[in-house]
Design a protein around this ligand. Structure first.
Ligand code: DC
Length: 214
């Protein structure tokens, strides 16, 4: 069974997808982490962000997979915090805009998901990569609420205003990308989580999955 989730940065889809994975045993696949792993490898090889051919060659040369716990394995090595570093943040949007790199990522996702129970999240999971997924969700929240949640996590020293600006900028890039843009598919369950707790969102998502499984 494939559960696909899309939504903008900071909407809480990773939290919900991870919870689902922990409580159901479905494998958790974070597609953004694959773009981050390719960015990380390109930075390590000093490939400039404008060198599209260099980026594609780099991506093609990598062995990318998911570990049993959903961690990214790059040439067999587990990657974790490295994927969330400031240098990776600075280049990943541009790396994810390269069509050949999107094809590589889509292929890793489809190969990994084949014949398994997975919960996969990103920007184009419900539209491009798994349009026929068994259950599809679009998780949303207002930009102010997403910035507030990030700010309250205290995972960064940035002010609320700086986080808000950053999320607005990311939304702009995500929604206007030539390929793989963030869109709301007609057949998703759309959830605005602005006024909901994590457990409330989880309950709605889980009931929908149970309903489809029956
Ligand atoms: O969700 P995230 O912040 O880890 O995503 C990292 C980058 O990859 C971000 O620029 C959006 C992009 N991305 C994408 O283009 N398509 C996806 N399916 C997932 C992420």
């Amino acid at each position: 069974m494939i559960i696909a989730m899309d939504g903008p940065a900071g909407c809480g889809k990773s939290t919900i997808a991870k919870l689902l994975s922990q409580r159901t045993g479905f494998l958790y696949l974070n597609s953004g982490s694959l773009y981050r792993a390719i960015s990380y490898a390109a930075l390590g090889r000093s490939i400039g962000i404008e060198d599209t051919k260099g980026l594609i060659d780099c991506a093609r040369s990598l062995s990318l997979s998911y570990g049993a716990d959903g961690a990214i394995l790059l040439d067999g090595a587990r990657l974790n915090e490295e994927l969330r570093s400031a240098p990776v943040d600075a280049v990943v949007a541009q790396v994810s805009a390269v069509s050949e790199i999107r094809a590589i990522v889509d292929d890793v996702l489809r190969t990994t998901a084949k014949g398994r129970d997975v919960v996969v999240e990103g920007r184009d999971m419900t539209t491009v990569v798994f349009p026929d997924a068994d259950v599809k969700f679009y998780i949303d929240a207002s930009v102010e609420e997403r910035a507030k949640r990030r700010f309250e996590q205290r995972s960064t020293s940035l002010s609320y205003e700086a986080i808000l600006d950053n999320i607005r900028m990311r939304d702009e890039i995500d929604r206007n990308k030539a390929i793989g843009a963030l869109k709301i598919a007609d057949d998703v369950l759309y959830l605005d989580t602005s006024d909901l707790t994590i457990e409330q969102v989880y309950e709605i998502v889980y009931s929908k999955i149970l309903h489809v499984r029956e």
